[in-house]
Design a protein around this ligand. Structure first.
Ligand SMILES: O=C(O)CCC(=O)C(=O)O
Length: 296
């Protein structure tokens, strides 16, 4: 893989593509891994898509998804783009069903309130499990929009206006990403894009892993979403991506200890012996031993 070529493309247009990201066997394993979760949910608003199924916390739903989150080609780009200790911020499958309308035009790190133009605080991947076409809801992107200012994207989705019609100038600038199943589109968190309308007769299945700076809040709260018993079985690299790491000098500590200590079978939470509020005596003191630090 040519890291420099991918980085140049990313810089110039806001995205780059790995055409053969997953082979046929991997695609089969992804499909099999998703099958038990499909058919159960529909989106709750036009952003999620009322005819779109989303399977959140994908990283916790099977070994095949764990491995893909750590894909060496993706991490090689992220190593050049984000600070060491970067995090997984979102991990979800997206199945756009026939009849779905186009998603609001947006960028993925929209919730970091830092004026544009700015560098990306996150990078996204979207992997086509079905072929992406202009008809079936393949992702649509606006070339070069990762550099645009707040004024240039005025009227785009900002988290509150999902029902508003898309600004015509932005809609005209959209380009459909027509890639074959197995391809991975890697794009800047500042790139304007949307899931397309599905005007075909078949669903369009894809999944998206997204990564952010180690100091940024993640979209998904994986500490609560992925049970520690499951995290304990994961590779150390993945544990780091899920936030079980310190961003220097001490962001992410757990009661002054390294977060991986929480994963030890003999871990006892430092607050386990702190009585509930009702046990505070009249003088405001706690009854029982006070525990200030995790001491394991
Ligand atoms: O499904 C797609 O093609 C894109 C979805 C997307 O951009 C999102 O949900 O944030």
């Amino acid at each position: 893989m040519q890291v420099s070529r991918h980085l140049e493309e990313l810089d110039a247009q806001g995205w780059t593509v790995f055409p053969d990201f997953l082979d046929r066997g991997e695609l089969e394993r992804v499909r099999a891994g998703l099958a038990p979760f499909l058919g159960a949910h529909a989106g709750r608003n036009p952003f999620e898509g009322l005819r779109t199924e989303r399977i959140y916390t994908l990283v916790g739903r099977g070994r095949v998804f764990e491995a893909i989150v750590m894909d060496a080609r993706v991490l090689a780009l992220l190593d050049r783009l984000l600070l060491p200790g970067y995090l997984l911020t979102a991990s979800q499958a997206i199945c756009i069903h026939p009849g779905e309308q186009a998603q609001p035009i947006h960028y993925d790190d929209t919730f970091y309130p830092i004026p544009r133009p700015r560098r990306s605080i996150s990078y996204s991947t979207i992997v086509a499990v079905d072929d992406f076409t202009a008809e079936n809801g393949g992702t649509e992107v606006i070339p070069g929009s990762h550099r645009w200012s707040d004024a240039e994207i005025a009227g785009a989705y900002d988290g509150r206006n999902a029902d508003a019609p898309p600004p015509p100038a932005l809609e005209r600038a959209l380009v459909p990403m027509e890639v074959a199943a197995g391809a991975c589109i890697f794009f800047a968190g500042t790139l304007m894009h949307r899931g397309g309308a599905n005007r075909s007769a078949a669903p369009r299945l894809a999944f998206s892993n997204q990564y952010c700076e180690p100091w940024a809040r993640t979209q998904e709260n994986f500490y609560l979403g992925v049970p520690p018993e499951r995290v304990r079985t994961m590779a150390p690299r993945l544990q780091t991506l899920l936030g079980y790491e310190i961003y220097p000098p001490f962001m992410g500590h757990v009661t002054a200890s390294h977060p991986t200590k929480v994963l030890r079978p003999d871990y006892v939470n430092a607050l386990a012996d702190v009585p509930p509020a009702s046990m505070i005596d009249e003088a405001g003191g706690r009854i029982g031993r006070r525990s200030n630090q995790e001491t394991a």
